[in-house]
Design a binder for this molecule. Structure first.
Ligand SMILES: Cc1cc2nc3c(=O)[nH]c(=O)nc-3n(C[C@H](O)[C@H](O)[C@H](O)COP(=O)(O)OP(=O)(O)OC[C@H]3O[C@@H](n4cnc5c(N)ncnc54)[C@H](O)[C@@H]3O)c2cc1C
Length: 385
């Protein structure tokens, strides 16, 4: 797999940008559980977060495969793209299903860095992975929708102007097809906080700016509806495939970071008069992680290219996410083992990246649910739930 000239240039330029945000920057943010706003601003100014926005709206009109290179390179440099990745991963839903008016109204502002689209509200406390059982309800009232309910794990909501929200518009027992009755809204949150919307931060094991959001008769204009009412689940599945591919590319970046750090450390740390990396017991786990990462990387780019060709590659997107999240987690564990005691010391960044990498076998979709998707939809085994 070969980078295009453009991808090679993206990697070179991003490496320069990320050097301005070394480990100490991330350690401080992590310690304070503070949002890395300076980093996100730098990415925005350089145009990276507008990569997927078509040129006619002020973006760079890059492909999903190029966007994967951006997210991978951020992680491989030791930075944390989770502070800004939603703008990348929800973009395809808006591009594929948003109206011309929505694109005209919002995309130029997002591309110019004046508007942030960083929040994606799907998960709810009671529905969990079972998205079709979500209960947040949007009731049509004239030229508005009135929204009641609750979301959980809506990351970056406090640092975003816009949110892509999935809500029920027809009660579950009144739809013919169980995937109908959910709708997507592009919610402009700027005037809603304290006006029907309450955001509460959730403190987690890593610095992730995640929140829970309460909707209490929150009114939004009917023009916020994306596509057709009741078809939101179909739209979100397509968007989620893009999300899984992009998150998988972040996992590849993380795996590269762990492998590079472990290799350097194994080559320089001397115990018993030799570098520890001279022992095959230390070498082999690093080599194994490298092979695992490379295999996953091929699947990520295969999935991205298939998506770019106009398809909706559910199996490939899910396999990319499964393989890449397992590769990054294996590399994280290997890196701590290679560093020994120093793997636990803050100053080497290994423990921070270890905590950050842990998320991705759970979110945005857990390994079990991917395996069950593959078993049922690809292999034709009976549905288990
Ligand atoms: C830090 C963080 C950030 C997040 N950011 C966002 C965000 O921005 N927007 C958003 O909408 N969501 C977000 N999420 C939510 C995330 O997508 C969910 O946590 C994830 O999808 C798992 O859902 P759950 O936590 O409800 O787990 P549950 O559905 O309760 O599942 C718990 C465990 O049971 C397993 N399980 C459940 N059902 C089955 C089954 N049928 N067969 C086998 N195993 C099963 C799962 O695999 C999982 O391991 C975030 C989560 C975290 C932790």
């Amino acid at each position: 797999m070969q980078d295009s000239d453009q991808q090679a240039e993206i990697r070179r330029a991003l490496r320069g940008l990320c050097e301005e945000f070394p480990g100490e920057y991330w350690r401080t943010k992590d310690r304070e559980r503070a949002y890395p706003g300076e980093f996100v601003d730098a990415l925005t100014r350089a145009g990276y977060l507008a990569a997927l926005i078509p040129e006619e709206f002020g973006g760079s009109g890059l492909s999903l495969d190029d966007a994967c290179v951006i997210m991978e390179e951020i992680q491989a440099a030791g930075c944390n793209g989770a502070a800004a990745h939603a703008q990348m991963y929800v973009m395809n839903t808006l591009l594929r299903y948003g109206s011309e008016a929505q694109k005209q109204d919002y995309l130029p502002g997002i591309a110019a860095g004046k508007l942030r689209l960083q929040a994606f509200g799907v998960s709810e406390p009671t529905s969990g992975t079972d998205t079709l059982s979500l209960t947040t309800f949007a009731r049509r009232d004239g030229d508005e929708y009135v929204i009641t309910g609750q979301k959980i794990w809506t990351s970056r909501a406090e640092h975003s102007d816009l949110m892509l929200l999935l809500a029920r518009t027809t009660p579950r027992d009144q739809v013919a097809n169980k995937t109908d009755g959910l709708s997507i809204f592009l919610v402009d949150m700027r005037k809603l906080v304290g006006n029907g919307m309450t955001i509460k931060p959730i403190r987690t094991m890593m610095n992730h700016s995640t929140t829970e959001i309460f909707f209490d008769d929150m009114r939004i204009p009917a023009t916020a509806l994306v596509g057709e009412e009741g078809k939101g689940f179909r739209y979100i599945l397509s968007g989620m495939n893009a999300e899984r591919i992009l998150i998988a590319s972040e996992c590849i970046g993380d795996a590269k970071w762990f492998i590079e750090r472990a290799t350097e450390y194994a080559g320089s740390r001397e115990v018993f008069g030799n570098p520890i990396g001279k022992n095959q017991g230390v070498q082999f786990p690093i080599a194994r992680c490298f092979a695992q990462m490379r295999a996953a990387e091929l699947m990520v780019h295969h999935a991205a290219k298939t998506y770019d060709a106009g398809g909706n590659p559910g199996p490939e997107a899910n396999m990319a996410k499964l393989l890449a999240s397992e590769a990054s987690w294996a590399a994280a564990d290997m890196c701590v083992q290679t560093y020994g005691g120093f793997g636990f010391a803050e100053e080497y960044d290994v423990e921070r990246k270890f905590r950050e990498a842990r998320l991705y076998t759970v979110a945005p979709i857990s390994t079990n649910l991917i395996l069950s998707y593959l078993a049922e939809h690809v292999l034709g085994l009976p549905r288990s739930y």
